[in-house]
Design a protein around this ligand. Structure first.
Ligand code: HEM
Length: 442
């Protein structure tokens, strides 16, 4: 029995609702040039966003989420005291946090796709449907709404999708691990993980620190809102494949290396449960594919290396410096671009990758911490300055240790397989707050 009652009818459905499989989605960014038009946009959008309590969406088969950047809240004319009450990382915006995030070199904001990282990104609308036709029909309706609204300009659009296989561009099944949230009604996917307090994901509730943290003001604006991070991450699929090939000594070793780097076989089957070979049935079984811990069974990482992507980003019960539960997150990753055909080792120059999305109430200790301390550094598990072998910013000099008897295997010369193309920190208001933003002086 949960100790918490979440006001599900006031929380945007995108925060808590699991996504269908497969689906088509799109991100549309808007700039507000006129304050009144911006407020009118909020009023209109508040009618198409579903709440987490309703299984149906007011936009038919399409589910819409609405987020605002700090610049967007400013453009709506929020009072200074209210603006000052938001998380400092959010106030700065993602581009200003580049150093902390490791967005350097090719991933620096100066090379980001325009207008990402600029002060023009105000409103982020995401729409999601089981297929492209439904999505396009809903977007047509939405277009009619904003095209008749002078002072609002759509400035960027990114289409994305989840394939029926749920595989991302490197070929791994994604979207398996989700935390349980007390009071949300959604069980997590790991039966061994105790539900997290709702304040980790929704503002206005107690969190894992044992208190209700301060929320953006006024109360009607902050309550039932959350933060969302979206990042367009270009994936160098050919380079990843070439690396695996160049570093395997015998046939079949490529798949083993890939699994060690991720912590799961491509099918999603976890090394923790099935360390010697892939097991597609296990990978596809939601009851078993995330039911594991590390401490008792695999403290050294003989099965799942401590530096692998999934063990870094969620060390579960393993001995590390720090407390895992205060750095958890909801992820809503979606692929963009066409799949690179199987076996192709040459880059075809086509842009493909992941529209990474984080949802959580604490930008600093959740998203930024995981990115900077766990993905871009290895000290927390005794791995020195090593970076995530799949998604970390290595520059041709990265190493990755695979614990093995009698001798560990060390991969060398890892390069950057993922390049940041841009993104933003957003605030996803509750539904009452969205309506309030339509008339924030009241
Ligand atoms: C292009 C970049 C990325 C790719 C291709 C990628 C891919 C994957 C895949 C295939 C999984 C395993 C499936 C699952 O457990 O759901 C996974 C898990 C995960 N990833 Fe990523 N990821 C990327 C970037 C990131 C980033 C930037 C973060 C956070 C800052 C992140 C955090 C996580 C977390 C928390 C898990 C779940 C770990 C667990 O609970 O065991 N990933 N990722």
């Amino acid at each position: 029995m949960s100790r918490f009652t979440l006001e599900l009818d006031d929380i945007q459905s995108g925060v808590l609702r699991p996504r269908p499989t497969p689906y088509a989605a799109t991100y549309v960014l808007f700039r507000i040039d006129d304050r009144e038009a911006g407020r009118e946009l909020m009023r209109r959008l508040s009618c198409v966003v579903a709440s987490a309590a309703h299984p149906t969406s007011p936009a038919g088969e399409t589910w819409v989420s609405v987020g605002l950047s700090f610049q967007g809240l400013k453009a709506l004319g929020l009072p200074q005291a209210s603006l000052d009450s938001f998380a400092p990382e959010f106030q700065q915006g993602m581009a200003a946090r580049a150093r902390v995030l490791g967005d350097t070199g090719e991933s620096s904001p100066e090379f980001w796709e325009k207008p990402l990282g600029s002060a023009d990104v105000h409103v982020v609308v995401t729409a999601l449907s089981p297929d492209k036709e439904h999505l396009e029909r809903s977007l047509d309706r939405a277009r009619q709404a904003y095209e008749k609204l002078p002072g609002i300009t759509a400035i960027w659009r990114q289409d994305c999708h989840a394939l029926p296989t749920e595989k991302e561009a490197f070929g791994f099944k994604d979207g398996i691990g989700h935390p349980a949230i007390d009071g949300s009604g959604n069980p997590g996917t790991n039966p061994h993980e105790l539900p997290l307090k709702p304040g980790e994901f929704v503002l206005g509730y107690p969190d894992e620190m044992g208190e209700v943290p301060s929320i953006p003001q006024p109360e009607i604006l902050g309550r039932n809102g959350t933060y969302v991070v979206f990042r367009k991450l270009h994936q160098r699929v050919a380079a990843f494949r070439q690396y695996l090939k160049a570093n395997s000594l015998r046939p079949g070793e490529e798949e083993w290396l890939a699994a060690k780097m991720m912590g799961r076989w491509r099918s999603g089957a976890p090394l923790a449960v099935c360390p010697m070979h892939d097991d597609p049935e296990l990978g596809a079984d939601p009851k078993r594919n995330n039911a594991f811990l590390y401490k008792e069974d695999d403290p050294v990482g003989y099965k799942t290396p401590c530096g692998s992507h999934i063990r870094r980003t969620n060390a579960r019960d393993a001995e590390i410096a720090g407390v895992v539960r205060i750095h958890r997150m909801i992820r809503r990753g979606t692929s963009y671009g066409p799949v690179l055909p199987d076996g192709t080792l040459e880059d075809d120059g086509v842009d493909r990758g992941l529209m990474f999305a984080f949802v959580g109430a604490h930008l600093g200790r959740q998203f930024e911490f995981v990115q900077s301390e766990w993905m871009n550094d290895g000290s927390f598990f005794g791995g020195g300055s090593t970076k995530d072998p799949v998604a970390g910013p290595s520059d041709g000099d990265g190493t990755f240790d695979i614990p093995k008897r009698p001798l560990r295997k060390r991969l060398q010369g890892l390069s950057r397989f993922v390049v940041t193309r841009g993104g933003e920190y957003c605030f996803l208001p509750g539904l009452r707050a969205l309506r309030w933003l339509g008339n924030p002086t009241n």
